[in-house]
Design a protein around this ligand. Sequence first.
Ligand code: PLP
Length: 319
Amino acid sequence: MDSSPTYQDVVAAAARLLGHAHRTPVLRSSTIDGRLGAQLHFKCENFQRMGAFKFRGAFNALSRFTPAQRRAGVLAFSSGNHAQAIALSARLLEMPAAILMPLDAPVSKVEATRGYGAEVIQFDRYTQDREALAAGLAQERGMTLIPPFDHPDVIAGQGTAARELFEEAGELDALFVCLGGGGLLSGSALVARALAPRCKVYGVEPEAGNDGQQSFRTGRIVDIPTPKTIADGAQTQHLGRYTFEIIRRDVDDIFTVTDAQLVEAMKFFAERMKMVVEPTGCLSLAGACHAGLDLKGRRVGVIVSGGNVDLQRFASLVA
Ligand SMILES: *Cc1c(COP(=O)(O)O)cnc(C)c1O
């Protein structure tokens, strides 16, 4: 195992991403501030390239390939956004990419991945072990496997979003982060501990898939069956070894929210902030609203992780 990433790796990732990733806006809403009696600062990664923060980790990881690795290309497995992030980064860095995607992945995500020029290989996520499949393919083709969250370069890249948020918003009392496998949360926590040691860092995951909360509370990585939730980017079965180590050390707590609470946040973003946010991207705001914390008078960061949702699906969820 390579060594665990540090804040310095996030700084190095930010330099690699300069001119390639968007510096996404930090937006405010007086409606939500009034409702919670707090000051919320939304870091809007739904406006990132390919529509989610995952571009940051993928581009950072692929930028570090050796010339031989670049020639053979990259392999990834993903329920969606990591796939698009790897596909786009591979195209920008001119290397081949093959992506393993579940058969029930949103159509828009499969098509976007193919659209970026990657080869898509589909599998059944409820019966097949994607990690074993991916490892076999990587060996066959000599490609380098880049996992969606448990990789030092991926974690460091994801951390750059929180770094930009602290640069822009200044001191924060609390930071809410969407949690799947923990790449975004662990990267954000590295940044918070370095730049704002007093800021509380919270992960938010779907109630149906609270493996992260269980792992955090029990002190060991808990594995669960693929959860059924509308938050398709957080249907992970377990945290990673790198992400868990950082989360255990640097995160203050992990909360869960229901699908109904995610829909309520989706409606809020659409109605009040004029933004399309995918269900997984609503975890952080839903957590800030429903964790039961008193945020009155607090300065709160909310990382909005992505905006990739089929319009049909979006319409039926908010209807
Ligand atoms: C991947 C993803 C997440 C979860 O990120 P992890 O690093 O796996 O915790 C959250 N939101 C969106 C939009 C994602 O694509």
